[in-house]
Design a protein around this ligand. Structure first.
Ligand code: NAP
Ligand code: G3P
Length: 464
């Protein structure tokens, strides 16, 4: 039977930059079986050896940073400098994962602390790997959001079946090969390629998968969560991060962070700022400062530059169509398009929309594009209320000089993380990263990912 291949077309050049196999379920099943068979030896290998392989992988990744950054740029349209930063950040993250894993110790719990507990009974606990981890990553960080699953899984003795986004498979396969070249045995880490819509359902319910670590859209995440067997899952999904700006905020600081947070990589970040909730007293002044920054954004095609672009072509025309829909809806309902609002192919101009109201789609939907809606509110309380009405709960920012108000807003916002006087962002990778409501299940961040992909083993010592 002829092998079916998928052309990977660059969103920057519209040229075929590579091909990946559209794997059959039989091929995928064989890879999962191999991962299961490889698990006993891998978990029995001294953790110091596993750690050595990962350190080697980090070194190799750094050596190949320029080569991989070029692939990332062409495959997902990321600015060359940002692509290289992602690769270097990932090497740091792999090393940090090993360092955290070195401190992974257990406990000794005396039974006698409990009323009637024997002095001769102790529980000794340690953490054990779960088995075969299915790592599924999105297109927008094809290196970092893959390794953030692969590294903690491997270092703790799991084997990994890795499904990159199809538009990210060249980058993901390159990354996997770096791990294999670093010493990770065949079978311990393997890549499956093919459209998630075709092989996804088969792989997520496969009997030999022991953990699903998914990052992607809420729609797909919810679909997966409704199918998986009784195994643990970790989900990082969509977001609609709000920047709450209070009357005493430093508006220059707020405007700078809001624009960087909303428009870098064309807003194709789960943690992009996707709405501003600003109190009326300072709305005009803030919007004017934001508009100036938006007008200064560097817009272009990364294939034509050496880097430094903020707004680049979106991952595909369908993504641009969706962003355009939201802009048109807002305009038709009376919003004020202060700049941008146009697109050509998959290039959408950075768009600032003022006087957005809650009847408009862009107030609630995740554009995953360079568009920033500004909603004006009467008070901090109204800002919190609107922020919490979102189905999403990834991150939010609050801009104020009043530390009491900052913590009050942080306490009341139904999100995983609140940034005080900063844009919303996941990094640095050692910090906890989580979404609540439709933004996810569980916590990422190196230590948390290690905990998520291991479990407690309790061995109780009963002395005579
Ligand atoms: P996506 O369309 O949900 O795809 C994510 C991954 O899931 C891809 O590898 C995709 O494979 C796979 N997939 C698709 N259908 C599947 C199925 N039925 N079963 C199993 N896997 C399946 O997301 P994306 O477009 O790559 O990324 C953008 C979205 O991800 C945005 O909503 C963004 O907010 C979210 N995201 C969240 C975070 C976070 O940390 N919270 C980070 C980055 C992105 P194919 O590519 O082959 O379809
Ligand atoms: O959207 C993916 C998420 O990993 C973004 O990371 O650090 O740019 O907020 P960061």
């Amino acid at each position: 039977m002829d092998t079916k291949m998928i052309d990977i077309i660059s969103p920057l050049t519209n040229e075929v930059i590579g091909q990946v196999k559209a794997m059959s379920k039989k091929e995928v099943g064989a890879i999962i079986q191999k991962a299961k068979e490889s698990w006993p030896a891998w978990r029995e290998l001294a953790s110091s050896k596993r750690m050595e392989y990962l350190y080697n992988a980090a070194d190799l990744l750094e050596e190949r940073a320029d080569e991989l950054a070029e692939i990332v740029m062409l495959e997902v349209g990321k600015d060359k400098k940002s692509a290289r930063t992602e690769v270097m950040r990932t090497a740091d993250m792999i090393r940090f994962t090993v360092d955290i894993a070195k401190g992974l110790n257990g406990t000794m719990i005396p039974a006698e602390n409990f009323p009637g507990g024997s002095k001769n009974k102790y529980a000794i606990t340690n953490r054990e790997p779960l088995g075969v981890v299915l790592a599924i990553s999105p297109f927008n960080y094809p290196v970092n959001l893959a390794a953030s699953k692969i590294a903690p899984a491997l270092v703790t003795g799991n084997t990994v079946v890795f499904k990159p986004a199809t538009q990210g498979s060249l980058s993901g396969t390159f990354l996997a090969n770096v791990f294999l070249e670093a010493g990770i045995p065949e079978g311990v880490l393997a890549v499956i390629t093919g459209k998630g819509s075709e092989i996804g359902d088969y792989v997520v319910v496969h009997k030999d998968i022991d953990f699903v670590n998914f990052t992607g859209s809420t729609e797909v995440g919810q679909h997966i969560a409704q199918q998986v067997r009784m195994i643990p899952i970790l989900m990082e999904l969509g977001g609609k991060d709000a920047a709450v700006v209070l009357e005493d905020a430093d508006l220059d600081l707020a405007a700078k962070h809001i624009v960087a947070g909303a428009f870098s990589y064309s807003g194709q970040r789960c943690t992009a700022i996707k709405r501003v909730l600003v109190v009326n007293e300072v709305a005009d002044a803030l919007v004017d400062k934001i508009r100036i920054h938006v007008m200064e954004l560097k817009v272009g095609n990364p294939a034509d530059t050496e880097g430094g672009l903020d707004v680049v072509p979106l991952i595909n025309e369908k993504a641009a169509d969706f962003v355009e829909e939201l802009i048109i809806d807002a305009k038709e309902k009376g919003a004020n398009i202060l700049c941008g609002g146009t697109r050509e192919g998959n290039m959408v101009q950075p768009t600032l929309i003022d006087h957005v109201t809650t009847d408009m789609r862009v107030a609630w939907e995740e554009p995953f594009g360079p568009v920033l809606p500004v909603l004006r509110v009467a008070s901090m309380e109204e800002a919190i209320q609107i922020a919490n009405e979102s189905e999403y709960g990834l991150q939010s920012s609050v801009f104020t000089k009043d530390v009491d108000k900052a913590f009050e807003v942080a306490r009341k916002l139904e999100v995983g993380t609140v940034q005080i006087n900063n844009k919303t962002e996941r990094g640095p990778d050692n910090l906890p990263f989580l979404g609540v409501k439709s933004s996810g299940i569980g916590v990422q961040g190196i230590m948390y990912s290690i905990e998520a992909m291991t479990r407690v083993k309790s061995t109780v010592l009963n002395l005579s």
